[in-house]
Ligand binder design. Sequence first.
Ligand SMILES: Cc1cc2nc3c(=O)[nH]c(=O)nc-3n(C[C@H](O)[C@H](O)[C@H](O)COP(=O)(O)O)c2cc1C
Length: 186
Amino acid sequence: MAKITKDISGALFPTPVVLVTTVDTAGKPNIITLAWVGIVCSNPFTLSVAIRPSRYSHALLEAVPELVVNVPTKEIVASTDYCGTVSGRSIDKFAACGFTAIPADEVRAPLIQECPINLECRVTNTLSLGTHDVFISQVAKVHVDEGLVDESGKVDHSRVAPFVYLDMDYWTLAEKIGRYGYSKKG
Ligand SMILES: Cc1cc2nc3c(=O)[nH]c(=O)nc-3n(C[C@H](O)[C@H](O)[C@H](O)COP(=O)(O)O)c2cc1C
C-alpha cells in the first residue's frame, strides 16, 4: 500500500490514561488526567510525565516535586475524563468525583483509593521540550489492590479492566494476542 505523509500528533497510539495526584505546600491535593506518560527506565524504575506549564498541576509539582500515578479502570472513565477538563484552581476534584484520598507512604501526594494501582514517585529532573515540560519521576513505591493479585503474587491484568486513549477516544483492551518472547523459535 502507498504511504502518504501526515502531520498528526496521534500517530503513536494508544497511550495510557492516568490520574496524577499532587499537593500544594499546605497539603491540599489535586488530580490531573494525563495521557502523555510512559516508562523510561527499568532500574531505577522511572516514568516520564508530560505536563503543559499552564496546568495548575505544573505549578504544584514545581512547589512540591512529588506525585502519585494512579491507574484508573473503565468504571471511573467519566471521572477520569472530568479531571482532564476542569482545573484544581477552582474545583476540588476529589470532592467532585467522590474519590477517596489515602495517605501515601513515601510522598506527600495521596493515592486515589478507587484506582487499583498507584505508583508513588519523586521528580528527579524536569525537561522543557516545547508545549510540555517532562517531569522525570522515579518510582518509590507501588500499591496494588489485593484482589488483583493471583496465587503466585503477580497482578492478574484480566481483573484490572484498564482502558487506553486513542485519538481523543477511550478504548478498553479486547483480547490478549501473545506474550513477551512467544515468537522466538527453538
Ligand atoms: C484524556 C486526557 C488526557 C490528557 N493528557 C494531558 C497530558 O498528557 N498533559 C497535559 O498537560 N494535559 C493533559 N490533559 C489536560 C489536563 O488534564 C487538563 O488541562 C486539566 O484540566 C488540568 O488540570 P489542573 O489545572 O487541575 O492541573 C489531558 C486531558 C484528558 C481528558
